[in-house]
Design a binder for this molecule. Sequence first.
Ligand code: BES
Ligand code: MN
Ligand code: ZN
Length: 497
Amino acid sequence: MEFTAKSGNPEKQRTACIVVGVFEPRRLSSAAERLDQVSDGFISNLIRRGDLEGRIGQTLLLHNVPNTLCDRILLVGCGRERELHDSQYRQIIANAATTLNDIGAMEAVCYLTELHVKSRDNHWNVRQAVETVEDSLYTFDQLKSKKDTTRRPLRKIVLSVSSRRELQDSEAAVSEGFAIAQGVKLAKDLGNLPGNICTPSYLADRGLELAQAFDSITTEILDQADMEKLSMGALLSVSKGSRQPPKLICMTHNGNRDNKPIVLVGKGLTFDAGGISLKPAAAMDEMKYDMCGGASVFGVMRAVAELKLPLNIIGIVPSSENLPDGAANKPGDVVTSMSGQTIEILNTDAEGRLILCDALTYSEKYDPDVVIDIATLTGACVIALGKHASGLLSNHSPLAHDLLNAGKSSGDRAWEMPLWEEYGEQLKSPFADMANIGGREAGTITAAAFLSNYTKKFNWAHLDIAGTAWRSGEKKGSTGRPVPMLTQYLLDRCKEK
Ligand code: BES
Ligand code: MN
Ligand code: ZN
């Protein structure tokens, strides 16, 4: 999709379709009002007859509206004006995008970006519009032999801004939105690919491909022998049970600054059957999504490279499968992590923390400013927070605060949980330095408490995205979260000093 920003009167636009809002009950937005005036009440007449109440979800397409230069006008229900908050705005934009795509208007000028969203400014409106359009028109059909293609798909959207003064800032918002959307799309595509295609080696190749595509990125792949030399006994114990060789994918975005790097570590478990502690069969296919943390790191790397952010950013993705096998981890096995700490594996299905702990130790070598890991780590997080918020746990409250704020402004939110040392006691083992599980209580927190044993040397935050990384049911698919939150955090970091 091509996006541009422009300011101008709706009646003067020569385009296939103009998109304007109507509030409930039957109240015209200012752009709709203008079109109504030039057309001698054409729109208000229709509305008075009851064709459109203005509820969110409603749309009405008009042809040949007098005294306008456009082919069509699309009226979009916007709900009550006073209740127009973030999620309503996104819903309105998504409705407009899917309708435009269906009606065969290949280009449109959209005035919905001029709506007033509570506590938001023009920059936010424009950026969210770009992200939401891309998100709502996303399809994953690479693996279908017959694709149901839209005959005349939407190709170009002009986003209207109310004054010329805002134009420059709006163009920046379009670029940010588009870069984030591309990152989200990459994360979604990787997430949606099945485990037989998206293996650790496949991810490694995609990491090398990013380095080919962007000058600022260099990628290094550590293979099994490299990891053996580094004594990554926890990570390697998980991959032992698989025929796919593990990979540690290390991507660097060089922002040409001397500052310490920001390290992102993403769980890249390409299929989690649970290992010997085998998972039940129901919905096990969804464990192809267990690499979504890693996928989000790919997405963020792509976005920051596209935006040429002046920050040094390292993306590390430990990647493996977790399968039952004669060589697999067994309950009771004790392994030694790269840090030297020993781990009693009481449940082989708590494998994410095993691959992450060695990747976290490895990140020390970059002398990081902060380290953020992203993982579909615990089913308990889905129970605690559902699909709306990612879990956030951190050993450094300013970092937690910045991430929570980035989540709020990007519409990709997290909620903090406590990481008190008392929870660590649940991980005590009679045979090793720690166990890899802490019992039924507070599963998300004990998982983070486990990781905190490997992050003592730096400021660290952990995002549990088990509930937010993909949707189940009818709209099953990867969401690309938390690419928007993390990219927002990095954009905010650029504004420091
Ligand atoms: N990848 C899963 C977590 C998961 C499960 C995410 C379901 C989303 C939906 C992780 O590797 C896992 O299996 N965790 C176990 C930990 C337990 C054994 C302590 C879990 O959550 O059941
Ligand atoms: Mn597991
Ligand atoms: Zn897992």
